[in-house]
Design a protein around this ligand. Structure first.
Ligand code: ADP
Ligand code: MG
Length: 497
């Protein structure tokens, strides 16, 4: 993918070096090294990283209400109580993940400050998308923590044991600071250490596949409950998990508290899909949705603020012309108020300006960035199509290439069949191909409109919505399709007769 062009935007690989290497090496005056010149010729970015999605900002303008809301609910954890479960909704790029991560960092920070055992476990369910994997990942995280816990406990006890050699009275717990048990003798400490180490040796990791789910769940349950704590489990992209694997995970997690003895579990679910709870078991739905927080789309003014905050750190001073941020904000506001899109645009515009060796980012760079991002999206969508859809799309492309526009399904189907023959691929029915065309339409790759042909009924007229050349290049890069040689004659033959 061309999303991140060249090496960190520094263009070391593709630049023409106008300097003579000998000149540079011979010149030992001053401290200018070989790369100083090249580095200083980069006037656009100060710190590009802050424009990337992986960066968690410390300040989130226009999300104060949502953040305070979350904090008000989660503060219970710091009091050793169980916070209500929270369901967070909003379209992509509305700051859900960034806000939730910010709040959890703050929560963990404060819990350390006051030594309250409270942890947040973050899981991205788009990546970890089955009940098995979610439970296994959680189990292993807690098992790891429990091991660390045992280690530090054992260390304390060993210190205590040593101190007892000189002064046996240290073995009695004092009331003010009774963070250790009362021991009768140094041997009792040894026994306890032994017991802990035995427990530790039994803390076996859950393998990433292979166990029955019951067993994974039991192991997870045991691991969470090993010590007293409040565990906040944050399930990001929770709609993907439910879509892929149903609501069993949520059901299991949401009824755990009635059985846990030492610990408490609270769930934060984050969803891009506002309707996903329709698919949940009513019990899960009411438990998970104890508290709901909505993240509305940003408007253009809010996006401007967000971009302004980031660009102050990301760009060199005066690198942006005045209309750059407003234009990025306006484009992204059309894109359902998506801050991710706004930041992508700004970063890409900066990269284009940099590639041009231009002094600053202009409106023109933003427009080109908008086109580039759109093209990248198309390329990615086409690249990841299943082979059959690629064949259908290729058929439409070939027709277009030969000057045949607004083709109908029958014409596409004929070329498609020829391509399948050529490749020894299975030939789908015309009906299936019609479905695939509708899918391509939904992905924004083709445009299919139903037109009435009077008494001949209705047919679909199909045209391409993507640039021919780039799309063709992506298709031909597919190893299966690259076997097609010289199909043009087939196409032409069809129209000649
Ligand atoms: P979501 O999880 O809702 O899809 P993210 O939290 O991932 O959205 O936000 C997308 C991008 O926009 C991230 O880079 C994030 O840092 C940034 N972002 C979103 N909202 C804000 C905000 N209010 N202030 C600063 N950056 C924001
Ligand atoms: Mg997110």
């Amino acid at each position: 993918m061309t999303d991140e062009p060249t090496t960190d935007g520094r263009r070391t690989a593709d630049r023409d070096f106008e300097v003579d290497l000998d000149d540079v090496l011979e010149d030992d005056e001053g401290d200018e090294g070989l790369f100083d010149d090249l580095l200083s010729g980069e006037p656009i970015f100060e710190n590009k990283e802050v424009l990337r999605p992986s960066y968690t900002p410390h300040e989130l303008p226009h999300r104060k209400d949502q953040i305070n809301n979350m904090a008000t609910i989660l503060v219970a954890a710091l009091r050793g109580e169980t916070p209500s479960n929270i369901l967070i909704y909003g379209k992509t790029g509305t700051g859900k993940t960034a806000s939730a991560k910010f709040v959890s960092q703050e929560l963990e920070k404060t819990s350390q400050k006051y030594s309250v055992p409270c942890e947040v476990e973050y899981i991205n369910c788009e990546v970890t998308d089955t009940q098995y994997r979610v439970l296994a990942q959680l189990a292993n995280t807690f098992i790891e923590q429990n091991r660390t816990f045992v280690d530090s406990r054992v260390e304390e006890l060993q210190d205590l044991r040593e101190a007892a050699e000189d002064d046996p009275s240290v073995l009695e717990a004092d009331d003010e600071n009774d963070d250790h048990l009362d021991f009768d003798s140094p041997e009792a400490v040894d026994d306890y250490i032994e017991e802990l180490l035995q427990e530790k040796s039994e803390m076996e990791d859950v393998p990433m596949t292979g166990w029955p789910t019951d067993r994974v769940y039991a192991r997870f349950f045991e691991a969470v409950d090993y010590v007293e704590r409040v565990a906040v489990i944050m399930l990001d992209e929770i709609d993907k998990l439910v879509e892929k694997s149903g609501d069993d995970t949520l059901y299991n997690l949401s009824r755990m508290n009635s059985e846990l003895e030492n610990s408490r579990v609270s769930i934060i679910g984050i969803s891009n899909d506002l309707k996903f709870t329709d698919f949940l078991d009513p019990r899960v739905k009411s438990s998970l949705g104890e508290e709901e927080i909505v993240f509305p789309p940003y408007d253009a003014n809010q996006l401007r603020d967000i971009l302004q905050h980031r660009s102050d750190v990301a760009f060199k001073q005066n690198a942006l012309s005045e209309d750059v941020i407003p234009l990025c904000a306006a484009f992204a506001a059309q894109e359902h108020g998506d801050a991710r899109r706004a930041l992508d645009l700004l970063r890409t515009a900066g990269e284009l300006a940099e590639r041009d060796q231009s002094d600053g980012v202009t409106e023109e760079h933003v427009r080109r960035a908008q086109d580039k991002i759109e093209l990248d999206r198309v390329v990615e969508v086409v690249r990841t199509l299943p082979t059959q859809s690629k064949l259908v799309l290729y058929a439409i492309l070939l027709l277009e290439d030969n000057g045949v526009h607004n083709v109908n399904t029958g014409e596409v189907y004929n070329i498609y069949k020829t391509l399948c023959d050529e490749l020894d691929a299975d030939v789908l029915t015309q009906r299936r191909v019609t479905d695939l065309i509708s899918e391509l339409d939904m992905l924004g790759i083709v445009n299919a409109v139903v037109v009435s042909k009077g008494r001949y009924g209705r047919t679909k007229e199909i045209s391409l919505s993507v640039p021919v050349e780039e799309t063709e290049a992506v298709l031909e890069a597919d190893s299966r399709l690259s076997d097609i040689e010289n199909v043009t004659p087939f196409v032409q033959a069809r129209f000649d007769n």
